[in-house]
Design a protein around this ligand. Structure first.
Ligand SMILES: [Zn+2]
Length: 359
């Protein structure tokens, strides 16, 4: 299948996204809800989402924002694990409908200063046991921090993943936004309770696109491509693409779309995150078409993730058309009529060949 002018797919479910708060949340949620049936929403907000009550409040805010775009959009808000997360917090959160908790090792990404100290991981064992017993999924930002060289941080985390999987064999674990061939191999070789999400941008970028974009003449350092974990070598990206199109249900789509105000990105010390929401689905279709794998798109983009989480959805269909469009240079964030800031999407100003026709 090389050229398909139009086709229908189930609305994808984003297994990892950041919807933020306030006016930014309202814009980003509306755009997400147009293309997605629902999303696993990360809790590293400020203040963070730490309990079931926090998660319910945040979920209601998001649902209100989504209403105009997609009334059936289902945001599943996670709680953030800290060293203070008790088994009781997990049990209460589960009762309130929380499906997963997210572990950020200290200092590895946005708002993770209160994250989990890997040297004291065993102190959280009662909490992991409560998660295992209640079926709350453990989502992990799989990097170590500290002095470890930045490109090795994912692989240095593997020993902790092996340890958790060995000590809690029925705890379902998602290694989020994997970036290396080694991570693909590891997840494939661990038991069926371990899966991985793969972002949109890690299917396209290598570190070259962050440090010295080959498209530009003499352009270096692309802050809008900077994220954690960083994109790695071409062979890593290619391994991620092979995993995504393989039809292996251990690998599913979580965009990790992570908007920041433009001045936080275009800065001396730039925030980590690539905002892919408006282009994510069209680019994923482009990629699967290029690899003649369109028949495996629905598995990766909606079915495998939901199956791993044990969520049943009657998803509506979306129509994709092959019609070129140019990605806006930025999207304005407004509070009512008042301009607040702007956010820059992935592939800003570039042409994309697929488009969502109706939503
Ligand atoms: Zn994330």
């Amino acid at each position: 299948m090389t050229s398909v002018p139009m086709f229908r797919i189930p609305r994808p479910f984003d297994m990892h996204t950041h919807l933020r708060q306030g006016p930014l949340m309202r814009l980003v949620t509306r755009l997400t809800a147009r293309h997605f049936d629902g999303a696993i929403v990360m809790p590293n907000t400020n203040p963070p989402i730490l309990t079931g009550e926090d998660a319910c409040r945040y979920q209601s805010d998001i649902m209100r924002s989504a209403r105009g775009a997609n009334a059936s959009f289902l945001p599943l808000t996670l709680i953030k694990l800290t060293m203070e997360t008790t088994p009781d917090i997990i049990i209460q959160a589960k009762k309130l409908g929380v499906v997963a908790a997210k572990m950020y090792p200290v200092g590895v990404t946005t708002n993770s200063a209160d994250g989990v100290d890997l040297d004291k991981l065993r102190e959280l064992y009662p909490t992991f046991k409560a998660m295992e017993d209640t079926g709350v999924i453990l989502c992990i930002h799989g990097e170590v921090g500290g002095d470890v060289f930045v490109l090795d941080r994912e692989e240095f985390f593997f020993e902790y993943l092996r340890q958790l999987h060995r000590d809690f064999p029925t705890l379902r674990i998602v290694l989020e936004h994997i970036t290396t061939k080694a991570a693909v191999d590891l997840v494939r070789n661990l038991g069926k309770t371990v899966a991985a999400s793969i972002t949109l941008h890690h299917l396209f970028l290598t570190l070259n696109n962050v440090l010295c974009d080959p498209v530009g003449a003499g352009e270096f350092l692309r802050p809008h491509h900077a994220c954690r974990p960083y994109a790695k070598r071409p062979e890593d990206r290619d391994a991620l693409v092979r995993a995504a199109i393989s039809g292996d249900p251990k690998f599913f789509w979580g965009t990790d779309s992570a908007p920041h105000p433009f001045d936080k990105k275009e800065a001396d010390c730039c925030a980590a995150g690539v905002w892919t929401t408006p282009v994510a689905l069209p680019l994923l279709v482009e990629l699967f078409e290029k690899h003649e794998a369109l028949e495996r798109l629905a598995g990766f983009s909606s079915q495998f993730g939901l199956a791993f989480y044990g969520i049943k959805r009657r998803t509506r269909m979306l129509t994709m058309v092959k019609r070129a469009w140019t990605v806006p240079l930025a999207y304005d964030v407004r509070n009512g009529a008042k301009f607040v800031t702007k956010i820059v999407p992935f592939r800003a100003g570039q042409k994309i060949s697929w488009k969502v026709a109706r939503y």
